[in-house]
Design a protein around this ligand. Structure first.
Ligand code: AHR
Length: 494
């Protein structure tokens, strides 16, 4: 029996801004089995593929409308020289890869990445090499991808198979340059950024550049202060991982609540990055906040196993809460890319030879996909609290319910996503839609598990999957939400 009364009040008249579809983006890196095996198997593989790219991976990402893919890293990006990955496949050099597997034969390069994006229907987002690269190498990459004329770069692209420019809009200027991307001080990165960004942008003024920010105190402030004008920063990115609380699929109740509480701290990181940007932009053009790496990172994901971990229902609950936060910050969060799509960290799917199975987190993306491009609206949540320990060890309160809502462009449907994070108690939720909106009916999708430690694998690929959608009449409200479950309710409006 439900123990407490909870309520969710949706206020469609209070708009929080349009939810950029890019908020539901992904990240792929030449690391572990993400690109090689998870995406690229080569044309000669027995695994069904289109021009070397796994068909099952493409189908899975297409089905959730994956809007953007960030590549080639991650840390790998700052040690990657893109010209190694173009031209005849047999002539491409084998490159050392510190992030493993230790040798990369460059079979998956720029053309293969663009092909993958097009098969999925996603925008490409390329991260240029600042750590070991040069401004001319990065600018040449922009020109190679985007120039439509007859320069040597454009002709080389045509010779390599694509007369059509790739029109890559999003470009990262390095990755974690405070860490694996060169261990720079913010002032050093600002100096590098000005050089790289200026030359990259000169090749195609339509591109949007992403500066690599940080969550360490005052890093973004020092970087932005040293940038002077911010005209070449279109977005500032941060990375937010949630490190181990217990093991990936073996953790206590306390570990569970601590992990979920820690994941809610992503809201504070976004707010801090936004604050820094607003101070230095000084009312000029807006600079978006991108979280281009985020997710759970359990102790089982280590360098020597290619950062692989089991993905349980706990990971799904974490993802749902973060997506609610991104929806809430629709005004300023312009993109996010959960790490990393296939086989690595909090991925969407895992593979073993020709088998592919979806993770619980994938199903959350499926439940939430209706938010993409819709208008985020204000939600008041009245719920109970569970005590847990935050990242700094302090005791804090975790709200049992997390929720967000959006109105589609035609104002014909309202999507509410709501998670009951309580491990043992179902909750009865009184859901109210304020204002001049009449509900004709609703469809409800639920993702739940018997045990929070459950995950999908090759033997049981559908152990966790959404229940069949149910149609509800308006008088069937309020709803009973099962313990540890994620629910999406799509209201049809009159
Ligand atoms: O996603 C794994 C690694 O985490 C990335 O390569 C790096 O950017 C981050 O530290």
């Amino acid at each position: 029996m439900p123990a407490e009364k909870h309520s969710v009040t949706i206020r469609p008249e209070i708009s929080l801004g349009k939810i950029s579809p890019m908020i539901y983006g992904h990240f792929i890196e030449h690391l572990g089995r993400c690109v090689y095996e998870g995406i690229w198997v080569g044309e000669k593989s027995k695994i069904p593929n289109t021009r070397g790219i796994r068909k099952d991976t493409v189908a899975a990402l297409k089905a959730i409308g994956a809007p953007v893919l960030r590549w080639p890293g991650g840390c790998f990006a700052d040690d990657y020289h893109w010209t190694d990955g173009i031209g005849p496949a047999s002539k491409r050099p084998v490159q050392f890869n510190r992030w493993g597997p230790s040798e990369d034969d460059n079979q998956f390069g720029t053309h293969e990445f663009i092909d993958f994006c097009r098969q999925v229907g996603a925008e490409p987002y390329i991260c240029a090499n600042v750590g070991t690269g040069s401004p001319s190498e990065a600018a040449y990459w922009v020109e190679y991808c985007n120039h439509a004329g007859a320069t040597a770069a454009a002709e080389l692209r045509a010779k390599n198979g694509s007369k059509e420019p790739f029109a890559v809009k999003y470009w990262g200027v390095g990755n974690e340059n405070w860490g694996c991307g060169g261990h720079m001080e913010p002032e050093e990165y600002a100096a590098e950024y000005r050089r790289f960004a200026g030359f990259m942008h000169s090749r195609d003024p339509k591109i949007e550049l992403v500066a690599g920010g940080h969550t360490a105190p005052d890093w973004n402030w020092r970087f932005l202060k040293n940038m002077g004008r911010l005209h070449l920063i279109h977005h500032l990115s941060i990375h937010v991982y949630f490190p181990g609380c217990g093991n990936d699929a073996d953790f206590t109740t306390t570990d569970y609540y601590n992990m979920v509480l820690r994941s809610t701290e992503i809201e504070r990181e976004i707010a801090l990055a936004r604050e820094a940007v607003e101070v230095f932009v000084r009312g000029a053009k807006p600079v978006g906040i991108i979280v281009d790496e985020w997710g759970t990172w359990h102790p089982q994901a280590r360098d020597d196993n290619g950062l692989q971990q089991k993905n349980t229902m706990r990971d799904a609950i974490v993802a749902a809460g973060c997506l609610d936060v991104f929806n809430k910050y629709a005004c300023c969060v312009t993109m996010t890319n959960i790490a990393q799509t296939i086989n690595v960290l909090q991925c969407m799917a895992q593979t073993a030879q020709d088998k592919l199975w979806l993770t619980p987190t994938y199903h959350v993306y499926d439940l939430y996909k209706g938010h993409m491009g819709a208008e985020s609206v204000h939600v008041d949540i009245d719920t109970t609290m569970v005590e847990a320990r935050a990242g700094d060890g302090m005791k804090k309160e975790l709200p049992v319910l997390s929720a967000s809502a959006s109105l589609n462009a035609a104002k014909k449907t309202l999507l509410l996503t709501v998670t009951n994070r309580h491990l043992d108690e179902a909750v009865e939720v009184d859901i109210n839609i304020q204002g001049d909106f009449k509900v004709k009916g609703a469809t409800i999708h639920t993702l739940a598990a018997r045990d929070i430690r459950e995950y999908n694998d090759a033997e049981a690929p559908d152990r966790i999957k959404p229940a069949h959608p149910r149609k509800l009449a308006p008088d069937e409200l309020p709803h009973l939400l099962a313990a540890k479950s994620v629910t999406a309710i799509e209201y049809q409006l009159a």
